[in-house]
Design a protein around this ligand. Structure first.
Ligand code: REY
Length: 402
């Protein structure tokens, strides 16, 4: 039986504890929560309390299913819950730390969408204009609009399907590669479009490569400069970086381990890579604290006008429990609550980062493997634990059984 210790203050330092769930007031210096600390907004009052034991069980199950480590953090109107399990580094056997940095994969797409929606607010970009108005001749169909790109309805084929058909060989072939955006778009255009512009949702990294090109074209700056100036800086995201084409994660971080396709083959330490295959579609590095801050700020209306946020939150249904807006997902949870955020997959890391519609409560979690569907499915349980409380689905104990 794993003990879950609960106390106020900073994370308990005792590494002997394999799991900590620590509610604490947001430390001084952290961005102010939307409501005064300790004062529950009406929305928060309507939400069940987070299920910290459930959160702990989800992380244990993710590790039992093959992730070397996992962490999660809930920010709820100034109260913070942190949980960790397993190892940050299999080499040194350092335990996972609640503040460890990691690669967030496609959570990057929300950051890219935020920059573009700010440019819409500044009248420098029109969502329903064709991409080719800003990037003449880039796409083979003048009808493809910016809005279709940001909502994955452009029909542009996802070039990563070919790239990672063999997970380890595909990864090793691009680990140190530096691609231009145009090279990535060219890989996509070798294939026919998956649908006519606007006709269907089809998730594709190519869309957010185009998003990065739009950012650079319209601003005259790198995406890194724009992320820093518009989001990382104003929100004081001290753990958040865009280092492309650098290959290392600055500071204390969790190692990521890619699961090979062949059962029984050893995990591959995939921490260091350029992530040049993703760039503005997936190369941001962050921490659970910063992702919680980011989504609370976004949904709380602090990153763009209310009208632009409403555009971002206009959803097309994807499946029974998921819908997609502009660089933003909605997940409809078992208890009837819908939350907004994004998932991310980059070799060695699965990330979930979601918040309530008013931004009052957010959760971010990572498990440090990928290419392991069982871990991905298990980690989704953090959403139920964070937002549905004890009304959420029950998650299995450390046996790893689903
Ligand atoms: C790319 C392959 C995943 C990951 C991807 N990530 O598109 C973007 C996202 C940034 O949506 C890789 N899968 C894995 C394979 C499958 O290699 N053969 O699981 O690490 O987050």
């Amino acid at each position: 039986m794993v003990s879950a210790r609960v106390s106020r203050g900073a994370v308990l330092g005792a590494v002997a504890l394999s799991l900590l769930a620590v509610p604490a007031r947001a430390a001084a210096g952290e961005p102010r929560p939307p409501a005064a600390a300790g004062v529950k907004s009406p929305a928060a009052a309507g939400l069940p309390a987070p299920d910290t034991a459930g959160l702990a069980a989800v992380l244990r199950s993710a590790v039992a299913a093959g992730a070397p480590g996992a962490l999660a953090r809930i920010d709820d109107h100034g109260t913070v819950y942190r949980a960790t399990h397993g190892l940050a580094d299999r080499g040194t056997r350092r335990a996972m730390g609640a503040g460890d940095r990691f690669r967030v994969g496609s959570v990057t797409k929300t950051f890219s969408a935020v920059v573009l929606l700010q440019l819409v607010d500044e009248h420098r970009l029109t969502l329903d204009a064709p991409v080719n108005r800003y990037l003449p001749g880039l796409l083979p169909d003048d009808r493809i609009t910016v809005r279709q790109v940001l909502s994955h309805r452009s029909g542009l084929y996802d070039f990563t399907n070919d790239m990672f058909a063999d997970s380890v060989a595909g990864f090793e072939a691009v680990r140190d590669r530096v691609f231009t955006y145009r090279e990535l778009v060219a890989l996509s255009l070798r294939h026919p479009r998956t649908n006519a512009p606007g006709a269907a949702y089809s998730y594709s990294n190519t869309n957010f490569v185009v998003a990065g090109m739009l950012i650079e074209k319209l601003t005259g700056h790198s995406v890194r400069t724009e992320y820093e100036k518009r989001v990382f800086g104003p929100l004081k995201l001290r753990d958040t970086f865009y280092v492309h084409p650098g290959t290392t994660i600055p500071g204390t971080h969790a190692h990521g381990y890619l699961t090979p396709d062949r059962a029984g083959d050893p995990l591959v330490d995939s921490t260091d890579q350029t992530v040049s295959w993703a760039q503005s579609a997936g190369a941001i590095i962050s921490s659970a604290r910063d992702l919680d801050t980011f989504y609370r700020a976004l949904l709380g209306g602090r990153l763009m006008s209310a009208a632009r946020l409403a555009e971002m939150e206009k959803m097309n249904r994807v499946d029974a429990t998921t819908a997609y807006g502009l660089g933003l997902r909605r997940r409809d949870l078992s208890c009837g609550i819908s939350v907004y955020g994004h998932t991310g997959t980059v070799q060695g890391y699965y990330t979930y980062a979601f918040a309530t519609k008013d931004g009052g409560r957010s959760v971010a979690a990572v498990a440090t493997t990928s290419n392991n569907g069982k871990v991905l499915k298990t980690l989704a349980g953090v959403l139920d634990s964070a937002f549905c409380g004890k009304q959420g689905k029950r998650w299995p104990e450390a046996s790893g059984k689903e």
